[in-house]
Write a protein that binds this ligand. Structure first.
Ligand SMILES: *Cc1c(COP(=O)(O)O)cnc(C)c1O
Length: 444
């Protein structure tokens, strides 16, 4: 084995290479990865002391700090309150919890809290094969860690959505404590409104997992889950929402049942599942909230427009984009069925060789046991959009993808064009270049 000095030299060198490669040379189309503005990055850089501190304790019904167990927290407690207020303001809720270090952590605390509050271990979820996140599934967090009993929503493969009538039936007959919506392969808004009554009858809480679409919701360009009947939203703060990596839970507890749920969720955050809450990300989260308040609508509108433009263009050029009869997508994602050209595995690799980065994806009708060779690709447009691409640029990018998918040019040939295109779009738009700029915007 190498000695430590040489390991660290390699580590530093490889890290520099990674930053250059993914930030300057690749076009990123992984649907779950966001892009932070320079101001958000600068704020992270100014929060290093905060990032070394602990703030264990309890929060009150507004989500503010109530009790802390360590000294030295006169500012860090305020910082947490300010970040909580920023989220509450942006999403118009009366309660939020920003202590979650990831979306999975948000789901852990929420599913646990709601199962305790409802005294019911049954949870209705979208099948994993139809786009749910592993944390919803009996093979993942929900089943294997929390011990919840999964019951599947009925999914309509033609519509790429939950079947509202059949799922209502499932909810009415099985009477779960929790019904979840949202997912990772997530093209169309889920039928919350349509299932709200069945959930009420069953006495189930509705948890909406907005990990992927939080930025679109902030921009008003996807469904508005809380207004449509969800009790709580869980999310990552770093996918379409362009903040630092972390998680959040929010809602408006306006009934005794929801107030109880908040208490149980807070208990599930601390002491059950958190010790350090990674405080260093909170100021940066606040900056991202401001950016989304100011530019979120414009950004989210362009993201969806770009995804739909790409759907139409790829489709017209002979690529099978799923859900053609529904306009391909209403989110930041597309799903391509690429089996005719060699399958998701091969094409994702070829695209990577040309510096276009995305992931292969099982489609709902794939053999789910054949994880290594799915038919699909999942393509996300939040990153290229925030770098300033409009419809014309998106078509140009699609042309490069088509060349590779159809084998018209080798990945090595296309890579030169990809790197040229990347150079044209290397600035982050719809956000602030530094904190001074944000302050000047607020106080001109
Ligand atoms: C990504 C994702 C998560 C997990 O979020 P992390 O922040 O990566 O832990 C949870 N739910 C859904 C639907 C996701 O897509």
């Amino acid at each position: 084995m190498k000695d430590l000095q040489n390991i660290i030299l390699d580590l530093i060198e490889t890290t520099k290479k990674h930053e250059q490669y993914r930030n300057n040379e690749c076009i990123n189309m992984i649907a779950s990865e966001g892009i932070k503005s320079p101001a958000v990055c600068q704020m992270l850089d100014l929060s290093h002391d905060l990032a070394t501190r602990y703030a264990e304790g309890d929060n009150n019904p507004e989500g503010h700090v109530k009790k802390r167990f360590y000294q030295g927290q006169k500012y860090s407690s305020q910082i947490e309150d300010h970040a909580t207020d920023a989220i509450k303001n942006l999403f118009h809720t009366t309660w939020a919890d920003v202590r979650l270090i990831s979306g999975t952590h948000a789901n852990t605390a929420t599913f646990k809290g709601l199962a305790v509050a409802s005294k019911n271990n049954k949870m209705v979820v979208t099948p994993l094969s139809c786009g749910a996140h592993i944390s919803h599934d009996y093979t993942g967090l929900a089943g294997s860690i929390l011990g919840l009993d999964n019951i599947n929503h009925v999914y309509d493969i033609n519509e790429f959505n939950i079947d509202p009538d059949k799922s209502a039936q499932v909810i009415r007959t099985t009477k779960p404590g929790i019904v979840t919506f949202g997912g990772s392969l997530f093209l169309f808004p889920h039928p919350i409104k349509e299932l709200k009554e069945a959930c009420n009858e069953a006495g189930a809480y509705i948890a909406y997992d907005a990990a992927h679409v939080l930025g679109l919701i902030a921009g008003g360009q996807f469904q508005d889950p809380l207004r449509e009947g969800a009790d709580f939203i869980t999310a990552s703060t770093h996918k379409t929402f362009p903040g630092p990596q972390g998680g959040v839970i929010m809602g408006t507890p306006d009934t005794p049942a929801k107030e109880k749920a908040v208490r149980k969720i807070q208990h599930a955050v601390f002491p059950l599942t958190a010790s350090s809450t990674h405080l260093g990300r909170l100021p940066a989260l606040g900056i991202a909230c401001l950016e989304m308040k100011l530019f979120g609508q414009e950004l989210a509108t362009q993201i969806v427009k770009n995804a739909q433009t790409a759907g139409q263009y790829l489709y017209e050029n002979g690529i099978k984009v799923v859900a053609e009869h529904k306009g391909f997508t209403k989110s930041h994602q597309l799903a391509l069925d690429i089996r005719a050209f060699g399958g998701g595995n091969k094409i994702a690799q070829d695209l990577e060789d040309a510096n276009i980065i995305l992931n292969k994806n099982l489609l709902p009708y794939d053999d789910q046991s054949d994880k290594e060779n799915p038919a699909g690709l999942r393509v996300g447009f939040q990153d290229v959009t925030r770098h300033g691409m409009k419809e014309g640029d998106i078509k140009h990018l699609c042309d490069l993808m088509i060349d590779i998918i159809k084998g018209k040019r080798t990945p090595e040939q296309v890579k030169t064009d990809v790197m040229t295109l990347k150079k044209e779009f290397n600035q982050v738009k719809y956000g602030f270049q530094n904190i001074e700029e944000a302050i000047k915007y607020i106080k001109p």
